[in-house]
Design a protein around this ligand. Structure first.
Ligand SMILES: [Zn+2]
Length: 266
């Protein structure tokens, strides 16, 4: 039994829409050693909901939240302004972790310019406020890297649900980012991601579910939930050369550093 895991990226609101009550998801998570959860915002209303969830359910498990604008959300300028305003107002909230998810998704959306503009707007906001970002990047490794590298030594945060190779993992680490592994890490065909997880410095690793999506083996294809972070952790133990306890303690410590907005060491 692993005793101290943090699910650094999940969507309890979307999980509830898929039929699992938040209180039940938290009960299950607690049984599997999950100590903290970061609830992620994807637009204005879900960010407000994330705040509400963090305030309302933290008796069970400590819940933190982010405010974000997902690249697949086709956002209007007026909503961007509202999200910026919300972030500024909640910047000092004890449960507020950072800005995200934000980023680029060329798998779902081919239109690149608007995604880039919105991404840059929120990167610049994060720099202005001194808070980390949670990056969603799908089929867009090089553009994500190019944009982030233009803000090197200013921007920091995590590459959530990392799905690229070792070379990109190292490049993002060099920019001051954590690499967060999801259930994909347990998939048999995820060789490049597994290689990255086995070779990058332990101090740069976070784990997550991205629930309700991307359930790890042996639940692949089913509804995901925060308790399944334990499967991601177990797979990480299997991939790393360090003793299990060392991996567990360091990944937990990394999560604390991230939650408390400390820049990652590179
Ligand atoms: Zn997500």
């Amino acid at each position: 039994m692993i005793s101290a895991i943090v699910d650094t990226h999940c969507h309890l609101d979307l999980l509830q829409e898929k039929g699992l009550e938040i209180s039940q998801a938290l009960f299950n998570a607690k049984q599997h050693g999950i100590k903290q959860i970061i609830q992620i915002g994807i637009d204005e209303s879900s960010s407000l909901h994330a705040l509400e969830i963090a305030e309302r359910f933290s008796d069970e498990i400590q819940i933190y939240f982010t405010i974000g604008c997902h690249p697949c959300h086709q956002v209007q300028d007026s909503e961007i302004e509202k999200i910026i305003c919300l972030t500024e107002n909640l910047r000092s909230h004890p449960k507020f972790v950072g800005i995200g998810e934000i980023g680029l998704d060329y798998y779902h959306l081919q239109e690149k310019k608007r995604q880039e503009d919105v991404f840059r707007k929120f990167i610049e906001l994060s720099i202005q406020l001194g808070v980390p970002i949670v990056v969603h990047s799908r089929d867009a490794a090089e553009d994500t890297y190019q944009i982030l590298s233009q803000y090197k030594n200013q921007v920091f945060g995590t590459i959530h649900c990392f799905a690229y190779n070792l070379e990109y993992a190292k490049k993002f680490i060099d920019l001051g980012f954590y690499i967060s592994f999801s259930g994909i890490l347990t998939f048999r065909n995820a060789k490049e991601i597994q290689e990255a997880a086995s070779k990058i410095p332990l101090q740069n690793i976070l784990v997550e579910t991205d629930a309700p999506y991307l359930a790890p083996m042996p639940h692949r294809g089913k509804r995901n939930e925060p308790s399944y972070t334990s499967y991601v952790m177990k797979h990480l133990f299997h991939l790393r050369s360090e003793p299990k306890q060392k991996v567990e303690e360091q990944v937990f410590q990394n999560s604390q550093n991230f939650i408390h907005k400390k820049r990652v060491l590179c």
